[in-house]
Structure formats: structure tokens, C-alpha cells
Design a protein around this ligand. Structure first.
Ligand code: HEM
Length: 417
């Protein structure tokens, strides 16, 4: 881990034996935004002991862990960590790209890179505008909307369908499967296993059908691209194809919808910046980075030590779990100037990007697509929903939800353009 690795002359102690503050995330009062409390902890310590492992707070440490390939993605150990023993569930689990490491992971990313390039995402921008405008059309005359359910929830689904080449009438199915499969990351996973299993098997079956159809009838879509993807004679197997298409459906829907909800929710507290976006749609790219920095829908990642790792004079024995906190890294004043100030005109600094898409080898594969979706949606919403104000109680998803955002965000606005 670069210059932070210990000096051989220093005594190395096991992280398990060191005195450090502990944090029980679940102790934080329900309804309270945990970001404030975490940020407070981050000011005092770079690492604290949590319920399942160690939380890592600061930007440099978070990036160091995420970029060090000896730390493997905790997704692979999730069932074990959460105490899942259901044989049926464990037997049918698909190895996701998130749980793949080393040469296998490099190979997968190389094969699919082109399909997820900024250029591929740009091709969908006109369609994204169409989708947002259609959604706003439905609420515009009344001057009232629930941003979460009327706009954010449906928004990413037609885009993912269009990207994949899936029929439009399947929109609703996708939405439910994505949300249900993602319950695997919730702290309440044990209660939700049956729902997750059902969604996973339905999604698998559906995906296999789509792939079979495209093999016979190639089109201009992602599935056809993935079937054709080839590097030096190498190709994705059918199982890998199913896994990648699942990753797009699961990774590309609930994340984007919640991120859009977080962004709009945040802007309801900053009407001046909503107006700024309305009047200057060209600032959307900077606005998206800043809104994701300030309020990311994905707040953390999980890793485990695949071997003994020494970092900052601490030994992390093989198997130790760590949780790099993306949301506190995003508020690190050593990296971001005045991090507590939301400024959607803030110029991103190339060496220190906002962390909500992660870092290192598992850096979000769909980042270009997600950026395009947010960059297209936000200025249209700002233009067509002037004077946006919260109109009722915002209901946030439970704190235990891994992909965080508003469940309900009632607003009023001046019916307009
Ligand atoms: C604003 C929306 C999004 C956010 C905040 C987000 C966030 C993330 C983060 C933090 C990771 C890394 C997790 C880790 O290191 O453990 C990740 C990985 C991933 N994301 Fe996204 N994501 C978003 C949208 C998308 C979209 C639109 C897609 C697909 C079209 C997608 C597909 C993936 C995939 C496949 C991975 C795994 C990459 C790998 O393991 O190499 N994501 N995402």
C-alpha cells in the first residue's frame, strides 16, 4: 500500500489487539442521518472497530485499501458474514463480477470495457431525455409529485432495457428483481432470503431467455455486444454472460434511482442551487460530481484481507473485514476544500475524484452510464419543476438499506415548461 506500509523497524501489532474506538452502526438512532455521526468519528480516528470488522474513514486510507489487490471484495463472504446457512441459497449463488478478483476479474473487465465506455453511454442520452420528459409530463400539470416514486423509481428501468435490448413491456419485472436481489446487502438479509432467492432465479431464467434470443437474432444492443465481445480469441461463456447481464440489471437500477433521489432531496435544501442548475444546465457534469460527493446513495464498500496485510503499522490478519467509508472519505478536509459546503459549481480535481463510484479494480463499471443519466435528468427536472419545495414529510429508506435514498419525496413546484 505504497508509502503507508510500515517501516520494518516499527513494531507491528495485530489490529485486533489495539485499543480503538468502537462504533455500532446500528446504535445510531433510527431516523437520524448516520453521516453526521460518522463524520464526527472520522475527525478523531482513521479507523474504528465496528460490528463486523473495521471502518476506515479517510480519503487516503479508503483509496489505499480499495486499490490494494490483496484486499478482496467482501461480497464473496457476505453469506458467511451475515450468518446465512440456507444450503439452497448458497448452492445456487452466482459468482458476481464484484466477487471476482485477480486475472479472472481483469479478463472480465477487458471483455466488457467497450460496452460500458463513455461513448456507449452517450448514445443513450437522447433516449434518457425522452424518458425524463415523459415522466415529468405526467406530473407537471398538477404542480405536485413524489419525486421518489414518480420520477426516480421508474427512470433507470427503460434505460437499462434499451441498453440491453430487452422488451419495454418487461420494465416492471426488472424493477422488482433489482430491488429484491439487492436486499442481499441489507443488514436485514436473513429475513429476506426467500424474496432474494425468488428474484434471483426469476432474473436468471429471464436473462437466459434474452441471451438465447439474441444469439439467433443479433441487434444493436448490449447483449449482442457482450455475446460478440472477444479479445485475443477469448469470449464470455454463457454463465459469464448471464452474470454480466444480471450485474447490469442489479447494479444499474436501484443505484441510479436512489442517487437521483438523494441529489434532488439535497437540492430541496438549496433552492438557490436548484435555480442555478435551471439557468445553467451546462454545469450538470460538475453538479453531479458534487451532489454524489455530498450525498452518495452508496455509502461504503466491504473488503477482507486475502492474506496477512500490514498497513500503517497494523497487522490485518488474513480474513479480517474492513469497510472503507465512501461517504466520510467524501468529506475529508485534507482532500476537499470546505467539504461541508455544497457547491454544485465546484470543479472536480482529477487526482481526487468523489468516491461514491468506489475506486480500484471494482470501480463502478456503469459509472459513465450513471453519470450520463444524472447529467441528463437533473437539468430537465430543474427547468420543468421551478420553485421546487418539499411538500409533506420526506421518508428515507431504513438505515439498514445498503443503497440509500428517499422512499418518498413529496414536492410542489410551479407547473411550467
Ligand atoms: C449513481 C449510480 C451508481 C452508483 C452510486 C454505483 C456505485 C458503485 C460502487 C461504489 C461500486 C464498487 C463497489 C465495491 O468496490 O465494492 C460499483 C460497482 C459496480 N457497478 Fe455501479 N454504481 C452506480 C451505477 C451503476 C450502473 C448504471 C451500472 C450498470 C450499468 C453499474 C454496474 C456496476 C458493476 C457491474 C459493478 C462491479 C464492478 C466490478 O466489480 O468490477 N453501476 N458501483
Amino acid at each position: 500500500m505504497g508509502d503507508r506500509t510500515t517501516d520494518p523497524a516499527t513494531t507491528v501489532r495485530s489490529v485486533h489487539d489495539v485499543d480503538m474506538p468502537s462504533l455500532e452502526l446500528l446504535d445510531i438512532d433510527a431516523g437520524q442521518d448516520p453521516r453526521g455521526q460518522l463524520r464526527g468519528q472520522a475527525a478523531d480516528a482513521w479507523i474504528v472497530r465496528g460490528a463486523f470488522g473495521y471502518l476506515i474513514f479517510r480519503y487516503d486510507d479508503v483509496t489505499a485499501v480499495l486499490r490494494d489487490k490483496r484486499w478482496h471484495n467482501a461480497v464473496a463472504k457476505l453469506p458467511e458474514m451475515m450468518g446465512i446457512t440456507d444450503a439452497d441459497f448458497l448452492g445456487n449463488r452466482r459468482v458476481s463480477i464484484l466477487a471476482t478478483e485477480g486475472d479472472m476479474h481483469t479478463r472480465l473487465r477487458r471483455l466488457v470495457a467497450k460496452a460500458f465506455s463513455p461513448r456507449s453511454a452517450d448514445r443513450l442520452r437522447p433516449f434518457m431525455r425522452e424518458v425524463v420528459n415523459d415522466l415529468v409530463d405526467q406530473v407537471a400539470p398538477s404542480g405536485r409529485a413524489d419525486i421518489a416514486t414518480d420520477i426516480c423509481e421508474p427512470y433507470p428501468i427503460p434505460i437499462i432495457c434499451e441498453l440491453l435490448g430487452a422488451p419495454r413491456e418487461d420494465w416492471q419485472l426488472f424493477s422488482r428483481w433489482a430491488e429484491d436481489v439487492l436486499r442481499i446487502f441489507n443488514a436485514t438479509v436473513l429475513d429476506e432470503l426467500d424474496v432474494i432467492k425468488k428474484a434471483q432465479s426469476e432474473l436468471d431464467e429471464y436473462t437466459r431467455g434474452l441471451i438465447a434470443a439474441r444469439r439467433n437474432d443479433p441487434r444493436d444492443d448490449l447483449i449482442t455486444d457482450l455475446i460478440a465481445a472477444e479479445e485475443e480469441g477469448d469470449r464470455l461463456t454463457t454463465d459469464e454472460l448471464v452474470m454480466m447481464v444480471n450485474a447490469v440489471i442489479v447494479g444499474g437500477t436501484d443505484t441510479t434511482r436512489n442517487q437521483l433521489g438523494c441529489a434532488v432531496g439535497l437540492l430541496t435544501d438549496h433552492p438557490d442551487q436548484w435555480r442555478l442548475l435551471e439557468q445553467n444546465p451546462e454545469i450538470a457534469p460538475n453538479a453531479v460530481e458534487e451532489l454524489m460527493r455530498y450525498f452518495g446513495a452508496v455509502r461504503g464498500a466491504g473488503r477482507f484481507a486475502s492474506e496477512d496485510i500490514v498497513y500503517r503499522d497494523l497487522l490485518f490478519p488474513a480474513g479480517t473485514f474492513v469497510f472503507p467509508s465512501l461517504s466520510t472519505a467524501n468529506f475529508d478536509s485534507a482532500v476537499f476544500d470546505g467539504p461541508d459546503t455544497l457547491d454544485i459549481t465546484r470543479e472536480p480535481v482529477k487526482q481526487h475524484p468523489q468516491m461514491t463510484f468506489g475506486s480500484g479494480i471494482h470501480y463502478c463499471l456503469g459509472a459513465s452510464l450513471a453519470r450520463a443519466e444524472l447529467q441528463e435528468a437533473l437539468p430537465i427536472l430543474a427547468r420543468r419543476m421551478p420553485d421546487l419545495a418539499v411538500d409533506g414529510a420526506i421518508e428515507w429508506k431504513p438505515r439498514t438499506t445498503a443503497i440509500f435514498g428517499p422512499a418518498h419525496l413529496p414536492v410542489s413546484f410551479t407547473p411550467g415548461r
